[in-house]
Each structure stands twice: as structure tokens, then as C-alpha cells.
Design a protein around this ligand. Structure first.
Ligand code: NAD
Length: 260
């Protein structure tokens, strides 16, 4: 179904983005990776996942806080892949501090990477999707797009904003074969969350395993982490023809977190 389409997954050198890139590659989707750190390892993994379909894998190192670099990435996809059919806005960072102590540069970076970057990729991808009469946009928000936690004001503001952006764009494209939705994961054990577990362990003088248990027990009734593979499967569903009437949704996959 998604064979031969091209997906851009931002922030896909690690964690959830890499999981989604791998799932799409297994469907035969060409994938453009983006993100920092080791790029060769993730690229080889994604190539191997899509090998049976002979997919094409690309990489662009755009810093998602820099609009000019995002423009260059979207131009690269248009030129080398004939356009972006599936856009997964996933790149994100976290910083934890109370509002009156929140470093201004961290606020600006979180809003730029977790929210504004999605506006830029969407404004640049939508014209091609409309022209080719097919498109899927999946914004990786968070339970923190639906409810808040103390100490995460910038992240919560950005993720609530991302869901708002998703709804507006979904209404603007409601009669077109282009859909826009958000996914709201609960805790997923990625480097972004491992950092928070390690900080908790150090602060409270407890074992990392106990910090992990406490983190889940506090918010996620299933007491299990959501996995990148599960999020990849939901992304594939949202990209399917059967999901054409799922529009403007913020779909939680959070072990019951937001049911409380
Ligand atoms: P991660 O730290 O494992 O991965 C983040 C990715 O974003 C990496 O590839 C990194 O290189 C990239 N990135 C960071 N800054 C960037 C920038 N300026 N430009 C380009 N790429 C950049 O984190 P993750 O947990 O996989 O998070 C991915 C997304 O999922 C984020 O938007 C996050 O908010 C969201 N999310 C995560 C969880 C969780 O529990 N892990 C829960 C809900 C939502």
C-alpha cells in the first residue's frame, strides 16, 4: 500500500523516529532520515529493513531549529525523491525546570524544534501533496499535548501547539486525499526518557531500575513502556487508505495515562 511512496521522518537517527522509519521501510516506503549523532548505523538498519522492496534511503542533516536548513532538506527531497508523500514530524527535545527558572534559550529551542519545525515542513510539503493528490502528515506530539506535568512548560506548550497546528491543517485539507493527524505517545524508553530516569535516580539516590518503575507507576497505568514498533504500526495505519477519514486527531498510545 505504501510501497513506492517517500517518507521524511525528522529526528530519525534514534528512538521513536528510527522505529517509525524502520516500520515504513518494511512496507516498501522510501525513507529520508534526519537527525544528529551516528547516521551511518541507522541508515544501514533502514536499508536492510527495506531491502526486499529495493527501497531508496536518503539522509539530510538539517537542524530542525533552522528554517533555511529545513528549506534545503525539502528541496533535496523534491529533487532526489520526486517529493515528500509521507511527512512524520518527530524531531524533539526536552528540558525540565520550573517556569521561573526556565533558561530562555532552552524555551526557544524547544518551541523551534518541537513545534515551529513542523510548520515549516508542512508548509513546504503540502503543495506537492495537493499536486500529486495524495499525502499523509503524522505529527508526533505526546500525552503532554493533551495534559501537563510540572517542570515541562516549554515541552507541554509546544506539544499542545503541535496538536492545534494538526487540527487546523486537517480542516484546511478536509476535502482532499491528504490527511493530517497527531500521535500522542506516553512513556517510551528512548534516550530522551532515559536521561529523565537517570536524573531521577541521582536526585533521589535510588537505583536506575527503581527510578524506571516509579516513572511508569506515576503516570502510565499499564506499567509498560510504549514501543517505537507500536508507534510505527499506528503510523502505517494512519497512512493507509482505510484511515482516510481519520482527520485532525490526537491519537493517544499511552497505556491509559490520559484516561485517568
Ligand atoms: P530521541 O532523543 O531518542 O530522538 C530525538 C531525535 O531528534 C534524534 O534523532 C535527534 O538527533 C533528533 N534531533 C534533536 N534535535 C534535533 C534538531 N535540532 N534537528 C534535527 N534533529 C534533531 O527522542 P525520542 O524519545 O525518540 O523522541 C522523539 C519524539 O517523540 C519527540 O518529538 C518527543 O517529544 C516525542 N515523544 C517521546 C516520548 C518518549 O517517552 N520518549 C513520549 C512522547 C513523545
Amino acid at each position: 500500500m505504501l510501497k513506492g511512496k517517500t517518507a521524511l521522518v525528522t529526528g530519525s537517527t534514534s528512538g521513536i523516529g528510527l522505529g517509525i522509519a524502520l516500520t515504513l521501510a518494511r512496507q516498501g516506503t522510501n525513507v529520508v532520515l534526519n537527525g544528529f549523532g551516528d547516521t551511518e548505523g541507522p541508515r544501514q538498519e533502514v536499508e536492510a529493513a527495506g531491502q526486499a522492496h529495493g527501497i531508496k534511503v536518503g539522509y539530510h542533516g538539517a537542524d530542525m531549529s533552522k528554517p533555511a536548513e529545513i528549506e534545503a532538506m525539502m528541496a533535496y527531497i523534491d529533487k532526489d525523491f520526486g517529493g515528500c508523500d509521507i511527512l512524520v514530524n518527530n524531531a524533539g527535545i526536552q528540558f525540565v525546570a520550573n517556569v521561573d527558572e526556565f533558561p530562555v534559550d532552552r524555551w526557544d529551542a524547544i518551541i523551534a524544534i518541537n513545534l515551529t519545525s513542523a510548520f515549516h515542513t508542512m508548509r513546504l510539503a503540502l503543495p506537492g501533496m495537493k499536486q500529486r493528490h495524495w499525502g499523509r502528515i503524522v505529527n508526533i506530539a505526546s500525552t503532554h499535548g493533551l495534559v501537563a506535568s510540572a517542570g515541562k512548560s516549554a515541552y507541554v506548550a509546544a506539544k499542545h501547539g503541535l496538536i492545534g497546528l494538526t487540527k487546523s491543517a486537517a480542516l484546511e485539507t478536509a476535502t482532499l486525499p491528504v490527511t493530517v493527524n497527531a500521535i500522542c505517545p506516553g512513556w517510551v524508553l528512548t534516550p530522551l526518557v532515559q536521561k529523565q530516569i537517570d536524573t531521577r535516580a541521582t536526585k533521589e539516590g535510588i537505583e536506575v531500575a527503581e527510578a524506571k518503575r516509579q516513572l511508569l507507576a506515576e503516570k502510565q497505568p499499564s506499567l509498560q513502556f510504549t514501543t517505537p514498533e507500536e508507534l510505527g504500526a499506528l503510523t502505517v495505519f494512519l497512512c493507509s487508505d482505510e484511515a482516510v477519514n481519520v482527520r485532525g486527531q490526537a491519537w493517544a498510545m499511552d497505556g491509559g495515562w490520559t484516561a485517568q
